[in-house]
Design a protein around this ligand. Structure first.
Ligand SMILES: Cc1cc2nc3c(=O)[nH]c(=O)nc-3n(C[C@H](O)[C@H](O)[C@H](O)COP(=O)(O)OP(=O)(O)OC[C@H]3O[C@@H](n4cnc5c(N)ncnc54)[C@H](O)[C@@H]3O)c2cc1C
Ligand SMILES: Cc1cc2nc3c(=O)[nH]c(=O)nc-3n(C[C@H](O)[C@H](O)[C@H](O)COP(=O)(O)O)c2cc1C
Length: 763
């Protein structure tokens, strides 16, 4: 094959090498506009896994690369006058210039023609005289732009500014993050050694800080001097250096996240940064480029046609790119939002930084640095009031809300059972909640329990509006208190326009086949075209419903529930006041967010007045309507939480969605946790996270990173009432109390789950 590689970066060179290794008869030319050692940037990072892939593909160049590696195992974080070091992270760095020189040398040795200082004006022209053109022309790929209509690139320019500098100061003991507070805001550096006497020093900050420093108007020299001043105490008198002479202006950039919809056109194929980028904070751009080169070379050999090879390449690499871009997005967003975390204690800040991409889990951190993690766990437990010598996972830390003390941080999320008769809980509820309370969760929240018959969602929903209800709930609460050390929370709600619908396992949210009752809502809006149009509430209706909430709260207090939750989420009555999607009122209860919150807050204040002062109240909200700017977005959820916090709500239970049939939620592991994180860290309010959290590792990392104070699990508790006790057994934690009659089963489980060392040093 006659092949042209457009671009002599890692992608172009390594593809040329990989092809030649597979068939020496290929005629390959690499075109590079710069001189051989004319390279921007400083060092690049490669993981052990990437290195193994390189070694399998070409042991010779891999050996040479390895000889020039700088290794380090530690990550050091300088923050608020402290340096926190954790180990076991295993990186290697190499000078970008060295990497390219080694690849150039290898390419020449294999008989590949390298044409430097040759600008290619058009990949299309080149393609006429070649069988294949690999467009590895980097981040600002001209080829990608020339064929934009075909490749359909999505380019998203991120908010922060960064500049890639170098220094002779040694950072050879650790990959180092330095966070500095200045008169213009926070600014930070990512520093790592890549050869005997040089380190990369990437400086990053928010746009606002960058503007205030006036970096944009400075020359590259002036920039270096300004950054030296900021980071002087870490540079030991060494200078910062720029080698971006080919870049005009100050050399500061905004990172562009690139992903093309299609990667090939006729005999031209995109590779490396030209096709897709990954943010530098996950250090994977060179990895992606070189691994894509290997994949393309393999498919060109294994597939019968070039088109088939392109299809396979794109398919396989896109999956990998999406995986990395998702981790990179978490990581870059963490840096963009870093001001949100700058109040955290250094231990928690470090944990949050290390787990920012969500690729490193809690137990994975233990494998890397057990001692550091145990120190962090001890810090968490100490702060939670568990005592000085306790080293246990965060999920087993106590938590206090007013006078209610929870033994751990696991919550059984409210889940409608649809098994009530005329609103009255039955033996089903006694057994169901009893089992979950025995199962080890610190807090069991009962299903949405309705304040009136019309306020029920379905005919099977529980109520708190008749003397029989009180007796039945009392029996359940008494059982939980007598037989377990779990606490029990009553969720009170009113269905609003989503009322008078079928049981959960029938047709969810669809009207009853017969016997529908009229429904109320802030405005005369139907939940869906199939549901009845609600009657817009008058002030008299609002007074009535408020009084029903108050009466139900009084009943719940007499039943001796430990906590109350007011359901203001999921499109039910109070939620439909909050979201502009269903609140069209023009009076004091519609319009601005303050107005839309007025009625839910009125209910809260009225309920708070009758609920025992020593017991907490939470409010569950939908932090995202998932419809974009027309509905509630996470930033509005912060404003909602501030109003709740000011009103005296003790904890915000942060759910999302179910407020519109047009919602387009983006699901994934822990997908609603970022909303809880944002609320907790921007307002300082206690939060509960919920939504697709199903592993102990998820719970521990959420808590340890300060993304929530409590973690609710719903479906996992349907599948396993003993979720917490089983998690403890699996993790080797022997500190959770089992019901006495079950001791024999506990002991057998402990034996069977074997290996796990006890992690409780004091309970
Ligand atoms: C601040 C920063 C830090 C980074 N840190 C890391 C890291 O630690 N680890 C890591 O793996 N990656 C890192 N990267 C990313 C990494 O540098 C790139 O992902 C990687 O270089 C991509 O390789 P490439 O071959 O696709 O593109 P490039 O390396 O950009 O190579 C493209 C080449 O094409 C040439 N070219 C372009 N147009 C033409 C033309 N018309 N004619 C001739 N030649 C042309 C260019 O001169 C260039 O040499 C970092 C990036 C940045 C910005
Ligand atoms: C069967 C079922 C019933 C539910 N009923 C309620 C409810 O009554 N009140 C409420 O706030 N959320 C309710 N939810 C939502 C859950 O509390 C939780 O927010 C959601 O299921 C996401 O958590 P998960 O991924 O752990 O299941 C219900 C969920 C399920 C699966």
């Amino acid at each position: 094959m006659k092949i042209a590689c457009l671009g002599g970066g890692p992608a172009g060179l390594y593809f040329a090498i990989s092809m030649k290794l597979r068939d020496a008869a290929h005629d390959i030319t690499v075109f590079e506009r710069n001189k051989p050692d004319d390279t921007f940037g400083w060092g690049v990072v490669l993981s052990n896994e990437t290195f193994e892939n390189l070694a399998k593909n070409d042991p010779l160049s891999a050996g040479e690369i390895r000889r020039h590696f700088a290794y380090w195992d530690d990550i050091a974080v300088h923050y608020r006058g402290q340096k926190i070091v954790s180990t076991g992270h295993g990186f290697s760095g190499i000078a970008r210039k060295k990497l390219l020189q080694l690849l150039q040398q290898r390419a020449r040795g294999l008989g590949i023609e390298l044409r430097f200082e040759t600008e290619v004006a058009s990949a299309a022209e080149l393609a006429k005289s070649r069988d294949l053109v690999v467009a590895a022309d980097g981040l600002n790929s001209r080829t990608r732009n020339d064929f934009a209509a075909h490749f359909k690139p999505g380019v998203e320019t991120r908010k922060n500014k960064f500049v890639w500098l170098g220094t002779h100061q040694k950072f050879d003991d650790a990959f180092t993050f330095i966070f500095e507070e200045t008169e213009h805001g926070w600014i930070w550096a990512h520093a790592y050694q890549f050869d005997a006497d040089t380190a990369t020093f990437i400086v990053e900050c928010a746009d606002d800080t960058w503007q205030k420093f006036g970096f944009g108007a400075m020359s590259q020299e002036e920039n270096c001097r300004a950054c030296e001043k900021i980071f002087a105490k870490y540079l030991g008198g060494h200078r910062l250096m720029s080698n971006a002479a080919h870049v005009r202006g100050s050399a500061w950039l905004n990172f562009p996240r690139v992903l093309c919809e299609t990667w090939s056109y006729e005999n031209i194929v995109l590779m490396g940064d030209a096709a897709a980028t990954a943010h530098f904070s996950v250090g994977s751009g060179t990895k992606l480029a070189m691994e894509s080169a290997i994949a393309m070379a393999n498919y060109l050999r294994s597939e019968p046609t070039m088109a088939a090879a392109f299809a396979k390449y794109e398919d396989a690499r896109r999956t990998e790119v999406l995986r990395l871009q998702s981790a990179a997005r978490n990581s870059l967003e963490w840096f963009e939002d870093v001001e949100r975390y700058l109040h955290l204690d250094p231990v928690q800040f470090n944990y949050s930084l290390l787990t920012r991409s969500q690729r490193i889990s809690h137990e994975n951190l233990r494998l890397r640095d057990k001692k550091w993690l145990e120190g962090a766990e001890a810090w968490f437990q100490r702060l939670a009031g568990a005592g000085d010598n306790t080293v246990r996972r965060p999920m087993f830390a106590p938590f206090r809300l007013r006078d209610m003390r929870l033994k751990n941080r696991v919550v059984v999320s409210p889940m409608a059972q649809y098994k009530a008769i005329d609103g009255c809980p039955t033996d089903w509820h006694l057994v169901h909640y009893g089992e979950r309370a025995k199962g080890g969760a610190g807090l069991v929240c009962i299903e949405m329990t309705c304040v009136s018959p019309e306020g029920r969602i379905t005919p099977g929903c529980t109520g708190m509006y008749a003397p029989a209800h009180e007796a039945a709930w009392q029996r359940i609460v008494d059982f939980v208190h007598a037989e377990t050390d779990a606490k029990i929370c009553c969720q009170l709600g009113h269905s609003g326009a989503k009322g008078s619908t079928q049981l959960g396992w029938e047709e969810m949210d669809a009207p009853l086949k017969s016997g529908n009752w009229p429904v109320l809502a802030p405005s005369a809006v139907a939940w869906s075209p199939r549901n009845q149009v609600a009657r817009a509430m008058t002030r008299a209706d609002m007074d009535l419903v408020r009084d029903q909430f108050v009466a139900s709260a009084e009943t719940a207090a007499r039943c001796n529930f430990d906590m109350l939750e007011i359901h203001c989420a999921h499109g039910y009555l109070l939620s439909s006041f909050i979201t502009p999607l269903t609140n069209r009122r023009t009076d004091a209860y519609g319009g601005s967010l303050e107005n839309r919150m007025r009625y839910p807050l009125e209910i809260f204040h009225a309920v708070r007045a009758v609920w025992p002062a020593e017991k907490p109240i939470s409010v569950r909200i939908s932090a995202n309507d998932w419809v974009g700017a027309d509905g509630i977005e996470p930033r509005d959820a912060v404003a909602i939480s501030r109003l709740l916090q000011e009103a005296g709500v003790d904890v915000c239970d942060v759910s999302a969605g179910q407020t519109s049939i047009g919602a387009q939620p983006v699901y994934g592991r822990m997908f609603q946790t970022p909303f809880s994180d944002r609320i907790r860290n921007e307002t300082g309010m206690a939060t509960m996270a919920v939504g697709n959290i199903f592993e102990p590792d998820h719970v521990n990392s959420i808590l340890m990173a300060g993304r929530a104070d409590l973690v609710c699990l719903a479906r996992p508790h349907l599948a396993d009432p003993y979720w917490t006790l089983h998690a403890a057994a699996k993790l080797g934690d022997r500190g959770e109390a089992w019901p006495q009659p079950y001791y024999a089963g506990r002991d057998q489980l402990y034996r069977l789950s074997g290996g796990g060392e006890p992690t409780t040093t004091a309970v």
